[in-house]
Structure formats: structure tokens, C-alpha cells
Design a protein around this ligand. Sequence first.
Ligand code: PQQ
Length: 581
Amino acid sequence: GASANDELVKMSQNPKDWVMPTGDYANSRYSKLNQINAQNVGKLQVAWTFSTGVLRGHEGGPLIIGNMMYVHTPFPNKVYAIDLSNENKIVWKYEPKQDPNVIPVMCCDTVNRGLAFGDGKIFLHQADTTLVALDVKTGQVAWTVKNGDPSKGETGTSAPMVVKDKVLIGISGGEFGVQAHMSAYDIKTGKLAWRGYSEGPDNQLLVDDKTTALGKPIGKDSSLKTWQGDQWKIGGGATWGWISYDPELNLVYYGSGNPSTWNPKQRPGDNKWSMTIWARNPDTGVAKWVYQMTPHDEWDYDGVNEMILSDQSINGQPRKLLTHFDRNGLAYTMDRTNGELLVAEKYDPKVNWTSGVDMDKNSPTYGRPKVLDAASTDKAGEDVNVKGICPAALGTKDEQPAAYSPDTQLFYVPTNHVCMDYEPFKVSYTAGQPYVGATLSMYPPAGETHMGNFIAWDGKTGKIVWSNKEQFSVWSGALATAGGVVFYGTLEGYLKAVDAKSGKELYKFKTPSGIIGNVTTYENGGKQYVAVLSGVGGWAGIGLAAGLTDPTAGLGAVGGYAALSNYTALGGTLTVFALPN
Ligand code: PQQ
């Protein structure tokens, strides 16, 4: 029961290890290691490298447990166990046999965001939705379970999270009309313990009369009332993002994605609970509170981005906070105990689909974003191309996770600075076929050429503290350290280190391919290392990843990213850095 949990809490507090893909349960991606710091990071050197043998987009990062490192890859989802104390030898590897027919039902490249550890096992959610438990010492399969059905467009890209005696995992398929869910499996046997859907009847949502939204009970049939007929059965709300956990409150947090189809005219209503932050009890799955950020989405602003848990004081009051940088361009700070909305502000000044969130607690539209007519693809109607919407469907941030430093009390956020034209069209549902219903083109904001910013954000006030321009979206996850340094990767392939207080660039090194992985750090043999996967791809790099020559081909490929081919090419490599001896 509680033992795996206590073990993981303890291990995640040991800065020598990196025992979960998020660094810790709070998703802070912060390390207490400070051997590498703002004074000496400029001297960083490559210590060793490792080729994964796989092309396409490499997301996530390795786990480090004692002397062992565990590296995962995109499809075919290999796992390598590497002994850091013995010449980085491969101790075991896992290479599943998967039907390659899953590839065409993956919306945004064949990515995988990583592994989980617990109870002597390594957990992997394969592209074909097989959740597999591997013996951490031998790589032998302990159990497998099917979490979904690729023939219906259900696929796996996200990393599992171990909470107590369960393995939690979401599912992808928002572009294929799935009815998405968060599922918890028994850590010993793989038996399904609970499953909470993003939309549907209350018994499928796992809500009860105590479940609240913005402090009020959600009431009966809260989801069913917001869909026409039984559209909820193909309503999307995929759960392909990161999971966080507060052991004291005994709540897990994650987001649900876009309602299906992207054509808003075809699905009138608020489409609850797509685009929603969920706080669930990990033992039962029952939701304590929910908050829908983008009711009746018209732009594909999936709500799945990570929930970063921090303890900070607001107006002298210590608060248990949850901060979330949504695709829709708004950063939300909430009280994670009860889902009270404290701050909702734009984290890119170019965001133009909304004038902001109604923060008046007495207003009937309290907590809802105010949608500006010029950006409403629903008002414009089918087959009308609405131009100049910011952010693009990629969002001001997509899967690339931010980091939080308790030293500076700032969030470090990799962002996209991209706008779009969006044209919805009628689409009919066929199981396993794309159920998208819109065409897109994406480009930098008018009068600008750069498509990314790396920013520092104050979650208490909702303000940008500093902002560094990047030519392309920053599609890599950030790492903050006690050395006063923040790391991130760029799509051209640079690993960069910047000063946590000022954003000043202190170091950069060009790795073999564009970086969409998340930077991690660990200590081995008394030395601090920084590790990152390169291997360009993901939605931003899909043009390159799929070897497309037409930059507008694929699912809303991003025109401006065609220039990426001037900087980098495919290839998965782990690069590990350290200071010279
Ligand atoms: N995946 C990426 C990526 O890895 O670069 C980017 C996206 C996904 C998106 O922008 C999506 O909207 C998206 N949506 C779903 C979904 O709705 O099921 C799944 C995924 C995924 O699993 O990678 C992405």
C-alpha cells in the first residue's frame, strides 16, 4: 500500500536521483544540486553521449536511480537500462513488438514522454496503449495490460505516474473522437482499479455530490447537459499530459484536452469536462474539484499541460498553489485544496482570442474567458477562414513542461509565439479515422519573425519577469537548479543555460539534433551531470520528423518551421554534460 509511495517521496527528495519524469510529484523540475552554478556553468563540457538508434521526436528524459539510468525512445518504444558505474554499459534492453499501424493514428509524431518507477518495476505506456511493467533489474516483463484500442484512434504518448499502490495513465486520441479517461492500475498485477472519463454520465466521470467547480457543487449530469445527444461518446478530452500528486491532500491533478471535433459548430454546448483541470482522489478516482478553462473550445486549446504544485504566500497568506500554463495563453494560479481561482493572466501579450477571465465572483460568467468576436470560429461558421488568432492551436505552450524554483519563486516557461488562421469544416465520424474538422495555418505574430520565448513568470501576480526570444518555439522542458541556473533546449538543437534571476545566457552547446526532450540532472560518483535527449520532432518538428518536403502537409504543420531543416536533422541522442575535472 503506502510503501511504494513513501519510497518514491523519499527518492524524489534525493537530488542525486531523478526518479520520476517530472522530477517530483509537484512537477517542479527543480534540483537541489548546485555543483553546476551560475558562476561555472560556462565551463560545461560533454561527458558522454548515447545514440538511441531511433529517429523521430524524442520527448521526456531519462530516469536516474542510483547507478542506473533508464532511457526510453519514441515508437517502437525501446527502453535501455544503462550502468553509470560501469562504462555506461547497457545492462538490459526492452524492445516491444508493436503493430506499426498505430503510427497513422498518432496525431503529432510518434513521441513518448517517459517512464515511471515504483515497486521494483519500470512502467512504460507504449504507442499501442499497452501499459507494461518491467523488472527494474532484468527488464523482464512482469505484467502488461491494454489501456485502449488503437483501431478506435486510442494511442499512448504520455508518461505514467506511480501513486501509492497504483499506476496512473491517460490516453491520446482527441483528434479521433475517443471518449478519453484517466485510469489507475494495480501496481502488483496490472488490474484496473478505477477509470474516470472526461465526459459522460456521472458514474463514468467518477463525480459525486461533493464534487465542486469554483466552490459550488457541479450537480447531477454536469457533463451530459453540455453535449447534444450522445456526442459525448466521441467527445475527446484526451488525457495525454503530465500528472501531479499532493501526498498530504491525497489528490492527483491532470488536465483533459480538446473536445472532438475541432469544428465547434458541430458540437454546441460547453462540452464538459473537456479542457478541464481535474483533482481526483487517487484511491477511488472520485473528483474533488474540476475547473473548465476553455468551455466550448473553438481553437484546439487542449487543457492537458502540467499542474505545478508550489507553496507560496499571497498577500501574506501561505497558500497551497497549483499553477498551470494553458494552451489557451492564460496562466492560472489556483488553490489546489479546493480549486479556488486566484490568478488568470496572459503569459504572452499577443494572446488575442480573449480579453481575459471574468474574475467577478458574483458574475454569472465567473471564471469563464471572455471570447472576442473576431477570434470566434463558431460565430464565423463553417468554411470561413478566421485569420490572425493568437495563440495558434499549438498554444502559448504545448507538452513542453515548465519548471519552478523555490529559491526565486519563479516559473520558467518554454513558450510558442505563434498565431494561426483556422477554418472549421463539417466532418463525419468513422472509428479510427481522423475526426478533426478544421484546417490551420500557423505563423509568427504580425510584424515579428521569432516563434518562441523562454520566460520567467511570477505565479502570485501573473506577470512576466523576464523574457528571452527564440527563433523557433521552445519545445523542450525546462530544469531549474539550486545553482541559480535554468536549462532548456531549442529546436535548432542547443542546450542553453541561463541565469535564474536575470535570464542572461550563460552557456550553449549544439547537440546532434533539435531538442524536444526535457532537461534532467543527477549526481554520480560525487559529480553533477546534466542530461538531455535530442531528436527533433513532435508537432512543431513533425515536418522534419515525417520527412515531409511540403511544410503545410500533415496535421496543421507549422509553415515557419520549414526553416528548421537549415539547422538540424533527425536522430535520437542523449547528451550528458559535466564540469571538467
Ligand atoms: N502531442 C504533441 C507533441 O508531442 O509535440 C503536440 C500535441 C500532441 C498537440 O498539440 C495535441 O493537441 C495533442 N493532442 C492529443 C489528443 O488530443 O489526443 C494527443 C497528443 C499526443 O498524444 O502527443 C497531442
